[in-house]
Each structure stands twice: as C-alpha cells, then as structure tokens.
Write a protein that binds this ligand. Structure first.
Ligand code: 5RP
Length: 223
C-alpha cells in the first residue's frame, strides 16, 4: 500500500471508531495535516449524523466548511467528545511530536478539551523514542532569538522555519538532533521558556487511542 492509502485506511478506521457515538448534538474536534484531511473527506459522508466541528487550523476549517460541516468556536462548545488528528511521531506510550504543519498550538488547545484523542497515523510515524523528527516550537516573533539560545542550552539544534507565520501570527523554530528521553518533562521545560507559545510535544496530554496504518492492516492500541 502507498502511504496515502495507509492514511486513508486509518481515516476510515477513525470513522468506524466514532460513528457509534455520534448524535445530532455531537461536536467533534478535528486536526490538521494530510492524514486529518483524509478523515475530513470521509467525515463528509456522515454530515447529517452530527452537529459540527471545532477546527485546529484555518485550513481545516476551510476544508470542513467545503464539505458543508458547520464550524464552532471552542469557547462556546466547552469539551468535545473526540479529537482526531495525525502526528509526526508517536511512541509506545502514545506521546507524540506534532506541528509539522505549524498548527501545534491550536491542536494542543483542542486536544486539551477532548475527552478522547484519537491519533491516526501511517506506520512511518511510529518510533521507540521521540526526536528523530524535528520538534516544532511556536514563539512570539520578538522572542525568537532568545528562545533559540535557550533551546541550545537544552541540547537542541534550533532552526527558524523561514517564511512560516502560524494562524496565531507567530513563528516556528524547529529543534533538530534532539533526543527526548523524558517527553513529559521536556514539554514542560520548553513551555517554561519566556516567549514560547507552546511546543510540539504532546506528552502531558498524549493520545488515548492510536490507529496505525500498516501493511497488514490498521493496528489499534489504547492507553
Ligand atoms: C500539523 C500536525 C500534523 O498532525 C502532523 O504534521 C502530521 O501531518 P501529516 O498527517 O500530513 O503527516 O501536527 O501541525
């Protein structure tokens, strides 16, 4: 199977996972990225079985609206029963690195408000230890150089993601060559740097369910 076919397979599995729980009052949290896009396209077929969605990015909101799915503001919905999103890396404890698409802050906010986080990913995203993929950090623009110097002290090789402005008007630093032995501690440590909006470690609030697309089918694991 191609990587795109694996992404579509996990999107279909996520639909099967949530469908029994949907009713006309359900508002779903929806993530960002190519795997999330497969999920959104399949969600369109269920448009009349739920109320709408909270989007983790402007791009996701536009794609959902393009399918006629109503968008709601998180401040008015409160919690959502499910948040469905992809990942750049996921470890056996279901900790993740996210933010390859620069949507990490809104993703983390919606995830924080979700009863269950369903991660959908192809097998290339599974790792034993996080940090092979560069760790994104969203920063207030005037703090970028300061934050980069602090990240060097933590052992990272920070690189400014040129030309990218997040949906929140901020910038992204990617941390390369960063072995992350303790994702929960490192997530908190980076978030404590002044000027950091958030970082792409989803460890304190990891996934609850992983649907992983492999050559032999979709593997389901949960906490
Ligand atoms: C966007 C994300 C995505 O979930 C992550 O980058 C995975 O994307 P894709 O499904 O395209 O591989 O965190 O900010």
């Amino acid at each position: 199977m191609t990587q795109d076919e694996l992404k579509d397979a996990v999107a279909a599995a996520a639909i099967d996972e949530i469908r029994p729980w949907l009713d006309r009052n359900t508002i779903l949290g929806v993530g960002t990225g190519s795997t999330a896009n497969y999920f959104i396209d399949r969600l369109a077929e269920l448009r009349d079985e739920f109320k709408g969605a909270v989007a983790s990015s402007d791009a996701t909101a536009a794609r959902l609206e393009g399918h006629g799915i109503e968008i709601f503001e998180l401040n008015t919905t409160g919690s959502v029963p499910f948040y469905i999103d992809g990942a750049d890396e996921i470890d056996p404890q279901l900790h993740m690195i996210k933010g390859g698409g620069a949507a990490l802050t809104r993703e983390k906010i919606v995830a924080a408000c979700a009863d269950r986080f369903i991660c959908i990913a192809d097998a290339s995203k599974r790792v034993e230890t996080l940090g092979h993929f560069q760790l994104p950090v969203e920063v207030i623009p005037m703090a970028r150089s300061y934050v980069a110097r602090e990240l060097v002290k933590l052992g990272a090789d920070p690189v400014y993601r040129q030309g990218v402005v997040t949906d929140n008007g901020n910038q992204i630093i990617d941390c390369y060559d960063f072995a992350i032995a303790d994702p929960v501690a490192m997530e908190a440590r980076i978030n404590a740097i002044v000027g950091v909006v958030t970082n792409g470690l989803f460890a304190a609030r990891g996934a609850d369910i992983l649907l992983l697309g492999t050559e032999t089918g979709v593997e389901r694991s949960s906490k």
